[in-house]
Design a protein around this ligand. Structure first.
Ligand code: SF4
Length: 231
């Protein structure tokens, strides 16, 4: 088993991301907590770019649960038909908009349990909304973060919840607000699924992934562990 990160190593790991990108942002486009929630629900097993393409014109007209209900499921389905699983997602967005109006006065609740009771909203989505919309130091684990945390051995785990709990323990408090975005962007652009770009990685010396030592170009394909459940 590779050695776990010490407190100093964890500090060094995140201090480099902070130095390079002090104020990381979500790549999902949104206008308010409601459109963020909808965008995150739509982003399951889809790319942020693909979601933004559909939600740009949609959110220009529809940015509240009331307007979403007025639009209706058929027209919503048509507006998001380029996104995977659009039928189920349209159903969920209409149902969650209804629930927001009936139970929360049309506002997105700043409460994990209340968020997770909404249709189509799991722990990862609730964590993203709490972090991005309300500035809470939550650590949402998507497929990129799951991979990075297991490869590096920063927070190994068999499922997203184990990784999230590991991150809670290892990420220094001062980095918790931005850790989600740093890790997601690192996984999306550097520590990519098939062949991580280790020679360009700013945390390569701290990472425990053995094949990273292979010369560039001769890197074997990474053994891939994938997250189950929410992506
Ligand atoms: S060294 Fe390679 S495997 Fe390790 S975090 Fe960096 S890109 Fe990922």
């Amino acid at each position: 088993m590779p050695r776990r990160f010490s407190a100093q190593e964890a500090d060094a790991f995140f201090s480099r991301f902070q130095k390079r990108d002090p104020d990381p942002r979500s790549e999902l486009e949104y206008r308010n907590p409601y459109t963020l929630l909808v965008a995150v629900v739509l982003s399951a097993q889809a790319t942020d770019k693909g979601v933004n393409k559909a939600t740009g014109p949609l959110f220009a007209k529809v940015d509240t649960p009331e307007k979403m209900l007025a639009l209706g499921e058929d027209r919503l389905r048509d507006a998001i038909k380029t996104i995977g699983l659009f039928r189920t997602k349209a159903k969920n967005v209409i149902a969650l908009s209804s629930a927001l109006i009936e139970q929360h006065g049309g506002k997105v609740p700043r409460d994990r349990d209340a968020l997770q009771e909404l249709p189509g909203v799991g722990r990862k989505t609730a964590n993203v909304v709490l972090n991005v919309a309300f500035g809470e130091p939550t650590l949402a684990v998507d497929t990129h973060i799951f991979r990075v945390c297991n490869r590096t051995n920063l927070a190994p785990g068999k499922n997203p919840r184990e990784v999230e709990d590991g991150l809670e323990r290892v990420v220094p408090d001062k980095y918790k607000l931005h850790a989600h975005h740093w890790l997601i962007l690192h996984g999306r652009y550097v520590c990519v699924a098939r062949k991580p770009i280790c020679p360009k990685c700013i945390v390569a010396d701290l990472c425990r992934f053995k094949p990273k030592t292979a010369p560039a170009g001769a890197m074997p394909e990474a053994e891939e562990k994938t997250a189950e459940g929410e992506s």
